[in-house]
Design a protein around this ligand. Sequence first.
Ligand code: NAD
Length: 250
Amino acid sequence: MRLQGKTILITAAGQGIGRASALACAREGAQVIATDLNPALLARLAQDGAGLTTHVLDVRDSAAVVALAAQLPALDGLFNCAGYVHNGSVLECDEAAWDFSMDLNVKGAYRVARAFLPGMLARMERAGTSGSIVNMASMASSIKGFPNRFVYGASKAAVIGMSKAIAADFARVGLRCNALCPGTVDTPSLRERIAGAADPVQAEKDFIARQPLGRLATVDDIAPQVVYLLSDESCFVTGQAVLVDGGVTI
Ligand code: NAD
């Protein structure tokens, strides 16, 4: 099993890509600590996967993040998946919307990395192992601009920059950090965005049309990349913005 012996924490594991990644990591032998804001989603996840423990965690709550890091065993891997898609251009993004997206998408990943990294580094030194952080970015970022993804793109570009900086600072001690950049993935929040469009049928067609492979990604198209980046198979991959985008950026 590709993650045997590894302890991995995942944020926003209640649904979508985080949930599929938690289940995939558990199937590969990891001790998965699945966290989310929503306890009901975590309860469902705990029923569906063996090898999982769950903790409610709001990545916007600094005190809760620090308290959880003090309570849990040291990690080998961390997948910062939590994020929110704000819909709109700069003109629809007031300061509250800007602050919310930056706080959740960027500062959330910073908070969790900063709280758990000392334990990860100590464990790596003690056990002679390596560590891996995967931060959820998007192809809508510094990779490519999309309409109505103003603060989303800005926040995910920051995630890529942050991931490269962590990679540069800790490469010498064997800690890797990469940013994952999916295309459009069929998840509960995407379904909400489609349902909220003026013409939902056309909105779904438009999402599909921009992906040359001709369909939305499923969460199971993305989870294997998370497993790979958290496993030792990717031991020479660090500081990368890893695209799984159905060919959008060909
Ligand atoms: P989703 O949006 O359907 O679910 C998000 C999950 O995050 C929920 O379980 C929710 O309870 C949890 N959450 C919300 N706020 C939280 C907080 N403050 N702390 C902890 N958990 C919180 O899931 P998704 O669409 O798979 O998106 C997951 C990540 O993938 C996000 O960062 C998103 O930006 C990114 N992403 C998604 C797509 C896509 O098309 N779906 C594409 C590229 C990147």
